[in-house]
Design a protein around this ligand. Sequence first.
Ligand code: AHR
Length: 498
Amino acid sequence: QHAALTIDPAFRIAEVDPRLFGSFVEHMGRCVYTGIFEPGHATADDEGFRGDVAELVRELAPPILRYPGGNFVSGYNWEDGIGPRESRPRTLDLAWRSYETNQVGVDEFTKWARRMGSEPMMAVNLGTRGIDAARNLVEYANHPGGSYWSDLRRRNGTSEPHGIALWCLGNEMDGPWQLGHKTAAEYARLAAETARAMRRVDPSIELVACGSSHQRMPTFGDWEATVLRETYDLVDYVSLHGYYEQRGDDRGSFLASGVNMDRFIESVIATCDHVRGAGQHRKRVNLAFDEWNVWYLGKFAGEENLDWSERPRLIEDQYSVVDAVVVGSLLISLLRHADRVKIACLAQLVNVIAPIRSEPDGPAWRQTTFHPYALTSRHGRGSVLRVEPTGPTYETSWMGEVPVVDATAVHDEETGTVTVFAVNRDQHEPVALDIDLRSLPNLTTGEHTALFDDDPDATNTAAQPDRVTPTRLADVKATEGTITAVLPALSWNMLRFD
Ligand code: AHR
């Protein structure tokens, strides 16, 4: 089988916003407690954060980290998480039926995120709370001093403002499961007025309005249009959330998840631009895909009525080689839309549907999905190029006819490096990918790294943390301006030319 694509720096889609490679820390399950934070762990630092997990987070280097939820934020009182730790209340987290000890709050999280090299992306509670709590949190976090909340921050040990630049106006407010769920019109009004108040405290902040919780929501499309008609000039981004899983034994459809993500993104762009046109607005609202991943949601059914407990084991999905290939292909879809998707967050960072796993009092390790995410984040910087792959297709019950090979390319103008990211969705056969590099004659040799395995269901575990890792294949060389790389069956690939 043969596929082909052309690299030409003239066909530039857009510069990649590094925030495309963000992640998400929610007070859910063991993401925070015994995930990033575990005082008493052998590797814990003075603040109680795990050193072994921090090392893996630094390796991933997510430029932004969304916090503190998720469904959690819709019942969260941020004031419970500030001040002396011993006087913080133990509260009920109604989203995940957990006891919340509030030992990590906005101050600790923001400082930890910065130590990781990440910027916080803070969500405010528009479920049980609203304008007042949101504007107070912006004052606490971003106002220099001389007011009640900013002086309280200073007394709590943070003299300089946190300077949090990016804020989410609630979370999944269209979902009936959400505490304080709202109709589109109710949410639109609240989001608009909250945005105004938050901006009066700090005019420099950027704001994300809630889009639909997923594209199968009955209100998808109408929700975005209603919200944007009310908030268009007040917000910078609208959010998208998308989780993917294999249903039954239909692996072919699962491997086509990126095709579904492409269509989802393109639908939301269409709605944003419709509101822009109809409202005669100048600016463009861009997209924040601030929750995405593979999540075996089917397995989660029934976990809703758990007994109350602290840091329960929730949705600790163990990812396989196939899942990693799908994560790699979702990253290709995000990159391809770099002109409009400026922010994306792999949900979540540790333990809860996460690239990093950790055990209490035990080790931390990289899941299979860690690898395509880390490598795409590290090398997917520069300008995304339109590469127009051609090649074989196959039929799926979910997405119809889809290409066997999906690919994109990023050109780093400073170093001259071109990186091609490609997946081969054929489960049994390799595909030879011809890469036309005639417009860049200096690029003659490429490094080929691929993630694949004889056992597509193989996973990494505490006992075998490196069972699945990327393989460096033989370098590929150009003949008359074309390079042919053989993509193994069911694989994610990265080809770097410099
Ligand atoms: O990431 C897990 C959950 O998925 C989040 O809390 C929620 O926003 C989404 O439904």
